[in-house]
Design a protein. Structure first.
Length: 136
């Protein structure tokens, strides 16, 4: 990420240089916030699919339901360029509560139900942070 202190310009007056650095810092901060929202939206999209599929005890799902979340969680920290602690909490909570073996989710109704509840709670708590509106 660019940093305003890296800007070297010999011919601008000090006031203009300070203004340019402040503008650059603001733009970098906004870009970091947008990136964090996009990461959260990607993770929460997977969480919503998990919630939807697992909440229906008769629904059939493929391993990719969980694998897709796992893949997004692997890249999420690198995409969290602003270091947003909410993104870190979301990633940690998803790893801890949702990454279950697909066969276990198919075969053990209690685990499937609990995982669906965890997904629903995560989606409700983090949903507005991902720049989206969530239907409860």
């Amino acid at each position: 990420m660019p940093r305003s202190r890296d800007v070297v310009v010999d011919y601008l007056c000090e006031e203009k240089l300070i203004e340019l650095r402040q503008q650059l810092d603001g733009e970098v901060q906004r870009a970091g916030q947008v990136a964090g929202q996009q990461v959260m939206a990607r993770v929460l999209s997977c969480v919503d699919r998990i919630c939807e599929r697992l909440a229906d005890p008769d629904a059939v799902f493929r391993d990719s339901l969980i694998d897709n979340l796992r893949e997004v969680l692997e890249i999420a920290p690198a995409l969290n360029i602003a270091g947003d602690p909410a993104v870190s909490r979301l990633v940690t909570e998803c790893r801890d509560k949702l990454l279950k073996a697909p066969d276990t989710l198919r075969e053990v109704a209690a685990v499937r139900h609990l995982t669906a509840e965890h997904a629903r709670n995560i989606s409700l708590r983090f949903g507005n942070m991902g720049g989206r509106r969530l239907a409860a």
